[in-house]
Design a protein around this ligand. Sequence first.
Ligand code: THU
Length: 137
Amino acid sequence: MTPLQLVDLAIEARERAYVPYSHFAVGAALLTGSGKVYRGCNIENSSFGATNCAERTAFFSAVYEGERDFTAIAVVGGPEGERVHELCPPCGICRQVMREFCGSGFRIYLSKGDGTYFEASLEEMLPFSFSQEDLSK
Ligand code: THU
């Protein structure tokens, strides 16, 4: 699975976004160590705080299926009904969820949907992070 193949799967997942409030559709494709891909879209709620981001939809589906080993995620987003044309960086809550299950080597791919992608590690996206290790200090 190449980064751009993962990006394409995220672009497909974005089609399922439920975004009647923000009209901002996001898709994510999460790759496991064994090569499986779990996808997610954002799912909004009239009580806005109950909205679930695309990345967390993908993570929670995967964890429910018993997965704990993740290597990369692709994320794309933009106004509903338009092709993706800007990068969509993961929000802080999603970065923290990634930190729960992923180490510093986890890769995050963002794309404008133009056949190129931006790549960062979780360490770069969430430096000096809080994790379960801090609880046992
Ligand atoms: N959103 C995501 O799905 N992922 C992110 O990392 C950033 C924000 C969603 C949440 C909401 O449905 C919409 O984008 C606008 O904030």
